[in-house]
Design a protein around this ligand. Structure first.
Ligand code: AHM
Ligand code: MG
Length: 337
């Protein structure tokens, strides 16, 4: 029987060898994340069979009701990554503060930021969900770990990626040398290279936004969305509207097919016009991936990767996807059209 192709471990090791300064620690970190994601994937696939769906009864730091699978995924990642020996601290969408790896445990300079189960409001409907991660190197001198180690621009990321739990489980990641996708073959328990060097079309055919919030948008945002509704694609057809409400799933589809994802600032809370998605654990890692795939990401004014975060759970507006579509959206948001 023929071999199955390149496993993610082989791929990581090949790339490690290409960087003479590499110590293998990042490879180790990614391998541990992959193992954590396999455990989450296994539980996600059982959802519905066992009593794991539904709510825990708790409310997280974002004021949202915590689902059992969110809680499970969060605990798995914290437990495994704490023991990986290569990170010194973590931040999760589900935890208010940073999580420091205890001093008595082995630790190195990597910082991990993650959303353990993005799109979790869709769990009970069996819709694709995912885990998003961002990796930085800490900057404060040892042995100190401070909030500043987390409040870094997205352009400083060492690696970023996501796992998507759907009809198949996939890993898509970048270490700044392009984007590759791996699909989990459940029969052998390995992620195999299935999408080599992913690039997003320069201009897309899809716009993705929750249009029900039109009433909360300012005039420029309305104009931006209307542009994609009235514009024809290259083939002369209108753009297609596609919105799942699960960022990983919406992102993944647009990455492969081309298109623009928008979660603009809105005035649901008139005192705080802002986006919904979190800069550090959701938007910056996806912005890094999309740029590496030839696309772009802005908050309507500046490149997402240039934003200097001011708080751990900061939320930002986002326009992300095919380069020319994002440019058009950003131009309209800036009043240039
Ligand atoms: P979550 O991390 O609590 O699941 O929330 C983030 C999700 C994203 O996956 C998705 O893009 C967005 O919320 C959908 O929000 P809305 O329902 O307002 O359109
Ligand atoms: Mg999320």
């Amino acid at each position: 029987m023929e071999g199955l192709g390149i496993t993610v471990t082989e791929h990581l090791l090949i790339h490690q060898k290409e960087s003479p300064a590499a110590t293998g620690r990042l490879t180790r970190l990614l391998q541990e994340l992959i193992f954590g994601a396999k455990i989450i994937s296994r539980e996600v696939n059982k959802a519905g069979l066992v009593d794991i769906m539904g709510l825990t009864g708790e409310v997280n730091v974002q004021g949202e009701r915590v689902r059992k699978l969110d809680d499970f995924a969060n605990h798995v990642l914290i437990y495994r990554m704490e023991r990986s020996g290569v990170i010194c601290a973590m931040a999760s969408e589900e935890n208010a503060d940073i999580i420091t790896v205890p001093e008595h445990m082995s630790r190195e300079d990597y910082i991990l930021i993650f959303d353990p189960l993005d799109g979790s409001s869709n769990i009970d409907a069996n819709v694709n969900i995912g885990t998003i991660f961002s990796i930085h190197r800490k900057v404060s001198e040892r042995p100190y770990i401070t909030l500043d180690d987390f409040l870094r621009r997205g352009s400083k990321q060492v690696a970023a990626g996501y796992f998507i739990y759907g009809p198949s489980t996939m890993l898509v990641y970048t270490t700044g040398k392009g984007v590759n996708g791996f699909t989990l073959d459940p029969s052998v328990g390995e992620f195999l290279l299935s999408h080599r060097n992913i690039t997003i079309p320069e201009i897309g055919k899809i716009y993705s936004v929750n249009e029900a919030y039109t009433c909360y948008w300012d005039e420029r945002t309305k104009k931006t969305v209307n542009y994609f509704k009235s514009q024809k694609t290259k083939g002369g057809k209108p753009y297609a509207a596609r919105y799942i409400g699960s960022f990983v799933a919406d992102f993944h589809r647009n990455l492969l097919y081309g298109g623009i994802f928008m979660y603009p600032a809105d005035k649901k809370d008139p005192a705080k016009p802002r986006g919904k998605l979190r800069l550090l654990c959701e938007v910056a890692p996806m912005a890094y991936i999309i740029e590496q795939a030839g696309g772009a990401a802005t908050d309507g004014e500046q490149n997402i990767l240039d934003i200097k975060p001011s708080e751990l759970h900061q939320r930002v507006p986002v326009f992300l996807g095919s380069k020319l579509d994002v440019k058009k959206a950003t131009d309209i948001m800036q009043g240039k059209h």
